[in-house]
Design a protein. Structure first.
Length: 390
């Protein structure tokens, strides 16, 4: 009996130590309960950024209505800093392109009701090699970011010391926790060490892939890789197949609809990557489709998956809150229409169930409830997006 009691005490003590240890280790910042939404400078502007452009982008986020549609983070990517640290070892905004300093820029962004994001690398230099990275300076840099009012850090993976990502990225988790500010942590190690498998509690999102470019094949490559990790995503930690290219001009309207739909159902971060100061109407309409955004931001937070494939024709599906399902029918082929059939049993609904069917992009709800299956023609490089309510 005494032995049993002692054993029990030991178990409780062990559980307590483990729990408090995990508590210290993990990010647990309460951020990213739904995938993050915002804008980032890289996909369109690369290193050609300056404070005027970023301020105008902040203005545009608000004046276009994108901010009220949910795009709250304004994130500057690589190339915002001076080539070297200052003599005290601090990062500084680039004196010629950000002469007013990053704090002033963050203040401006906040004055617009937006949140401000910045970029660094878990290496000695950032990927552009135009500024220092944070390796060995994690605490100092996290404190600097906090003092500037930074709300979001994208943390890249160039000029490393060769140590594993699993070692380098959690150091920044700790530094952000100790910084005195709640900062969203977007890990960008390109899927090298399959961060989906260890990223939960380390970051709020993790890149699962290499860089996207503004092409149909690149976009599909990234979402296919990302799909394999669906089970690891959820509120507080999301798979990131890289930022949006919608509006950058390399794909057709239908292809961008596919891109945005796949990102939305995959609970991917919706980080716009085009020029908002010269945003075209077609891109604006895609990016602000409230029903598609609502699928991405659904409170259940479950990533849809590819559930069926027949050559170029695919069915992607996943659950939403209130017992709903989202279904995307995709024709990846470039030549002709394709006929896709999916049955309720492909997506976890009993065939007998009569569902209310909503075609999201057509903004059309079928009058009659439907049972068993649906068969639809899908144009080349196009999709149809449905929400089913049993
Ligand atoms: C890496 C990242 C990109 C971008 C560039 C900046 O390639 O994956 O998203 O941040 O660096 O140099």
């Amino acid at each position: 009996m005494v032995k049993k009691k002692q054993g029990l005490r030991f178990v409780i003590l062990f559980a307590y130590i483990t729990a408090s240890w995990i508590g210290v280790e993990s990010l647990k910042n309460g951020l990213g309960l739904t995938p993050q939404m915002g804008w980032n400078s890289w996909n369109h502007f690369g290193c050609n950024i300056n404070e005027k452009l970023i301020k105008q982008t902040a203005d545009a986020l608000v004046s276009t209505g994108l901010a009220s549609a949910g795009y709250k983070y304004l994130n500057i990517d690589d190339c915002w800093g001076n080539y070297y640290r200052d003599k005290w070892g601090y990062l500084r905004g680039n004196e010629s392109t950000f002469p007013s300093g990053i704090k002033a820029l963050a203040d401006y962004v906040h004055s617009k009701g937006l949140k401000f994001g910045i970029y660094s690398s878990a290496g000695t230099r950032t990927c552009s090699n135009r500024m220092p990275g944070s390796l060995g300076y994690e605490r100092k840099d996290a404190k600097t970011f906090a003092s500037w009012g930074v709300d979001y850090l994208k943390y890249d993976n160039c000029y490393t010391d060769g140590s594993p990502e699993k070692t380098r990225f959690p150091i920044m988790t700790q530094a952000l926790r100790a910084s005195g500010r709640n900062i969203f942590y977007s890990m960008c190690e390109w899927g090298n060490q399959e961060p989906a498998k260890w990223g939960s509690g380390v970051g709020n999102s993790w890149r699962t892939t290499g860089d996207i470019n503004d092409q149909w094949s690149s976009m599909l490559r990234n979402i296919d890789i990302n799909d394999a990790y669906a089970n690891y995503a959820g509120p507080g930690g999301w798979n990131d197949p890289d930022m949006l290219e919608v509006g950058n001009g390399g794909m057709t309207y239908n292809e961008y609809v596919v891109h945005f739909s796949l990102w939305a159902i995959s609970k991917a971060p919706l980080i716009i990557g085009c020029d908002l100061i010269n945003l075209n109407k077609a891109a604006f309409d895609i990016l602000t489709n409230r029903e598609v955004i609502a699928i991405n931001q659904d409170s259940l937070g479950v990533q849809a998956k590819k559930v069926k494939k027949n050559g170029d024709l695919e069915v992607w599906a996943g659950p939403l809150s209130q017992g709903k399902k989202v279904v995307l029918l995709l024709n990846r082929g470039s030549a002709r229409y394709g006929l896709i059939t999916f049955g309720w049993n492909d997506i976890g609904i009993s065939p007998k169930t009569a569902v209310v069917l909503r075609d999201v992009w057509k903004r059309f709800t079928y009058k009659k409830r439907i049972r068993r299956k649906l068969t639809v023609w899908i144009a080349a490089h196009s999709c149809r997006l449905f929400v089913l309510q049993p």
